[in-house]
Design a protein around this ligand. Structure first.
Ligand code: CMP
Length: 945
């Protein structure tokens, strides 16, 4: 039967890379016509195995499918791989494992024989291209003795009218061998010994249809098959002597090889032909294979019937190519294979006992590497995809480690199946090198078939700044995108592969911008890369479909740049009396105005004697620079090494800034002040008197303001602050701003707001001397918490409830006594909701049921980030601990979820809008607990018993 065949070839593409010692090697799969296949040197025979026509059709479709995918690939090889590669392109063969010469001969001598597909090895055929000298000699000795034996079973016989010279039935060969040697005890042993000769092509079934069987099938020696002088006549006495001399050694060697040959024979038979004894034999062998040690007995038993033995005679044979569809999983029984990745060359060599090829099957992803046989005569066990999925997909090893150059580069772990989740991926990345993780991402998580945002991709995009700086990421992407830069001629197959890869890079870019929005455009290297991509896409008709993606990214970038230009030179101020940070222009309620790193901020820096200077610096200015400048202005006359920049809080506490800290003014506590001090005189720093007083706020009678309106405006105001916080700020905050040199100003402002609301509640209550007014206020604040909860502003809800739970408030017994029990009950429920026990379980359950838009309790998100950070190392044995990145990204995603719908609250009433808005934007606040407690004592002195 004529089957269209495929062949692999490799060629060096000459170019500049060659001169620099780097070979650009391209593998290409060709379709071969049958005639070419028959004649082609180094081309293995591919045929069908008597499968139904539907099977054949399906198989052909599969082959065609493979050909339209990534048919060729270019990869750069370093000098050290040249040697291997020379070997590859001189010896390249398509996978099959059966010597072409033997097969061609088989087909020629047996026209009725149904050819075999490489997927179904024929145990009647040899597993080597030519017999080894040792086996040839053993065969020669046995044949010589057989021919010399007068009662020999080796006779010329007529089969279907055709004369076959010197053949013998299997049963008689077994009889002869058992009689010949006392070491052969059983017929099965003898059969195994003959099979050892069959698998090297020394002996063969006359029609090449049967492995050796203790049955009446006829077998003959290769020598007789070939005819010629060596086969003619009776052996001379010299030969007989030599054969007799050699036979003991030959029998003992064959005796050793028999069981393995039997096993290989069984493993080459179709499952349904394996007897229960044979399956038992296979099972006993499987028990000793390390790659299967984690599997249960019942699974090993199942595998006994479906493992297929594959032998490959030639080093350089490509088992499969990177980018191919995964069709089988392999265990290396003998020999070694190279794992080759394009752009990198050989990254690992796998040895006997190792397994490979699981990744593509489990993740339904393309092959992550090309597998090239490193030695002649490699033996493999193979499990095909359908069996793998049925038996192994759910029980495969929990951990997969990929190595390059002897070192782990990617560690994957099986994902526990979660109810309702249907991820295509069964493995998740636990750790890896940044570059390998990116490669894994591009190859498995991007492509036409994958829609939406893959969790691994999203985790990577949200956290890569921790382990892979933007510039490095852009460099890697550019390399992937320009992988064809040095190629001259490209076949359509090359082109298709390259275009596919370019598309993946474009998709990556799109998802990147989707995940981190403007943060991506803040880096000039990213903008340059996007423009570069756009130009290439524009010029390349093959990337037509990507034009709209790139245009979309370009539009977003242009919008960002326009916005940036419009708001360039934005100025902020940290007012001297502890009011909230605001725009210098006086706009007290900056609506969705993001604080940018190069925005200026105006603030004061004091020194020990409370004199101060006013400075104006960009947000990203380091503490070191501020310190030096303030010292200069305040004429401290000390070197920078003697000085520190320090915050003095309203309670006198001091906290020193690191020299490389940034966004200093926004990082201050509510009524904190910035000081520059001589290191040794830190203890002499005292807070300013004004710090113990309330911050400046709008003076208004709270009683007259509608509580619902207060809650409404607080929510609108805080939504804008929350909106301006970028997810990255959580990372900067957790790892320390100094670590990235990036500002956390928007997050700082949002956190300051939390404290402001909390202390506003306390300040208002302890500074209200009238008992009835205090009672009215407590009721108002409980209602305020209820409205904030209703508006899903949980940040303000927590702040209000925590304010009411402050010691200075809870001790106001007279006030609480007058609170109606209905209000007290509601308040108790609120306290239960903010209860921190069991890791804020009550809140987590509550918030878990809410739909966006909502403002989360930000300190808890920061606690989760810190927990993930402090409880887990960032690097594990030199690999990025991606589990930690995943934990952090989960928290960052919470923020994204909360803001995934815009806030569209119904205003309770339009009437006092301006008044309420200006009131809630700047509260009068004391943040010194000692002062607050003293004031509380004053309004309600402790009752004497
Ligand atoms: P799969 O992607 O199915 O096919 C190629 C196989 O090579 C892959 O599964 C792994 O089993 C194996 N492999 C071993 N080391 C590596 C590596 N460093 N990168 C990618 N694949 C590797």
């Amino acid at each position: 039967m004529a089957a269209s065949q495929q062949r692999w070839s490799a060629q060096i593409v000459a170019g500049e890379d060659l001169a620099s010692g780097v070979l650009l090697l391209r593998y290409r799969r060709h379709s071969l016509e049958p005639a070419e296949a028959q004649a082609g040197a180094g081309v293995a025979h591919v045929a069908t195995d008597g499968a139904t026509s539907a099977d054949v059709k399906r198989r052909r479709q599969l082959q065609r499918g493979q050909m339209t995918r990534s048919q060729s690939m270019a990869f750069e090889m370093s000098n050290k791989n040249k040697e291997l590669m020379n070997d590859i392109f001189t010896n390249c063969k398509f996978k099959n494992g059966f010597g072409p010469g033997v097969q061609t001969a088989a087909a020629a001598t047996s026209p009725t024989k149904r050819p075999l597909s490489p997927d179904h090895p024929n145990p009647a055929l040899p597993i080597t291209e030519t017999p080894s000298p040792a086996m040839s000699r053993m065969g020669w000795a046995l044949r010589t003795l057989l021919v010399a034996d007068n009662s020999s079973c080796l006779k010329d016989r007529k089969v279907s009218g055709k004369l076959i010279r010197k053949c013998a039935p299997g049963t008689e060969l077994v009889d002869w061998l058992v009689n010949l040697s006392p070491i052969v005890h059983t017929r099965a042993q003898a059969a195994g010994m003959w099979q050892a000769l069959v698998e090297e092509g020394v002996l063969a079934h006359v029609n090449k249809e049967q492995p050796f069987k203790d049955k009446c099938f006829l077998y003959r020696f290769r020598l007789d098959e070939e005819g010629g002088a060596a086969a003619a006549g009776v052996p001379q006495s010299d030969d007989l002597g030599a054969a007799n001399e050699h036979i003991r050694e030959a029998l003992s060697a064959l005796f050793q090889r028999g069981p393995d040959a039997t096993l290989r024979m069984i493993l080459r038979k179709p499952s349904h032909e394996r007897t229960s004894e044979e399956l038992e034999l296979v099972f006993e062998e499987l028990v000793h294979i390390a790659a299967l040690s984690h599997l249960s007995t019942s699974i090993k038993r199942e595998l006994s019937s479906i493992f297929v033995f594959e032998a490959h005679a030639q080093a350089g044979t490509i088992l499969f190519n990177q980018g191919d569809e995964g069709r089988s999983w392999y265990i290396l029984l003998k020999g070694s294979v190279d794992v080759v990745i394009h752009g990198k060359g050989t990254v690992a060599t796998l040895k006997t006992g190792d397994d490979f090829g699981k990744l593509a099957l489990i993740n339904d992803a393309p092959r992550a590497a090309t597998i090239v046989l490193k030695e002649n005569n490699c033996h493999l066990l193979r499990v095909d995809k359908e069996h793998f999925n049925r038996i192994l997909r759910d029980v495969e090893a929990n951990t997969l480690r990929l190595q390059e150059h002897g070192k782990d580069v990617l560690v994957l772990e099986r994902v526990a199946k979660q109810r309702g989740q249907h991820s295509a991926f069964k493995y998740t990345v636990m750790s890896g090198t940044p570059a390998k993780m990116l490669e894994h991402l591009l190859e498995t998580r991007l492509g036409q078939s994958v829609g939406g945002m893959d969790p691994f991709l999203d985790d990577f995009l949200l956290t890569h700044i921790v382990f892979m700086p933007v510039v490095q990421l852009v460099d890697e992407l550019a390399n992937y995108f320009h992988c064809d830069a040095h190629e001259e001629a490209q076949t359509p197959e090359d082109r298709e592969y390259i275009i596919n890869f370019k598309k993946r890079v474009i998709q990556f870019m799109q998802k990147w911008v989707m995940a981190v929005r403007h943060a991506a455009f803040e880096e000039p290297s990213v903008c340059d890369f996007i423009e570069d991509l756009a130009a290439e896409v524009e010029a390349d008709p093959d990337l037509n479909e990507e034009t709209s993606i790139v245009h979309n990214v370009l539009t977003q970038m242009a919008r960002y740049q326009e916005d940036r230009n419009q708001n360039a030179g934005q100025k902020w101020k940290l007012p001297p009396n502890g009011q909230p940070i605001c725009l210098f222009s006086g706009n007290a309620t900056p609506s969705k105005t993001v604080i940018r790193p190069d925005d200026d901020i105006i603030f004061r820096v004091y020194c020990a004697d409370h004199t101060y200077c006013t400075l104006r610096f960009p947000m990203h200015t380091t503490a070191e620079l501020i310190k030096a400048c303030a010292a200069d202005k305040l004429q401290l006359n000390r070197g920078p090494e003697d000085l520190v920049l320090v915050e003095v809080k309203s309670n006198g506490e001091r906290s020193v800034f690191k020299d490389n800290d940034v966004s200093i003014p926004t990082g201050l506590s509510l009524n904190g002040r910035l000081f520059v001090s001589v290191k040794d005189h830190l203890d002499a720093l005292t807070q300013l008197q004004e710090q113990e007083c309330p911050t400046e706020g709008v003076d208004i009678d709270l009683e007259i303001l509608s509580t619902k309106e207060l809650a409404y405006h607080i929510t609108l105001f805080e939504w804008d602050l929350f909106w301006a916080v970028h997810e990255y700020e959580l990372l900067y905050h957790t790892f320390g701003r100094h670590h990235f040199g990036k500002i956390t100003a928007n997050l700082d402002v949002f956190l300051r707001r939390f404290n402001e609301v909390q202390y506003w509640i306390v300040t208002e209550l302890v500074s209200t001397p009238s008992l009835s007014k205090r009672v009215g206020l407590v009721r108002k604040f409980i209602k305020l918490a209820a409205y904030c909860k209703e508006y899903q502003n949980l940040n303000a809800f927590f702040a209000v409830v925590m304010g009411l739970s402050n010691m200075a408030v809870t001790r106001l017994q007279q006030t609480w006594e007058k609170i109606p029990s209905k209000f007290k009950k509601i308040f108790q429920e609120f306290e239960a909701l903010i209860d921190p026990s069991r890791n804020h379980r009550a809140y987590r359950v509550f918030v878990g049921k809410l739909q966006p838009p909502l403002i989360p309790f930000m300190p808890l998100l920061l606690k989760d980030m810190t927990f993930a950070h402090e409880g887990n190392k960032t690097s594990l044995d030199g690999l990025v601990n991606f589990e930690k990145m995943h934990m952090m990204a989960q928290t960052m995603r919470t923020i994204r979820f909360c803001r995934s719908r815009s806030l569209g609250l119904e205003p309770p009433s339009p009437k006092s809008e301006g008044e309420v808005r200006s009131y809630i934007s700047s509260f009068r606040v004391i943040d010194n607990q000692r002062v607050l407690t003293a004031m509380s004592q004053k309004v309600e002195p402790t009752r004497k018993l």
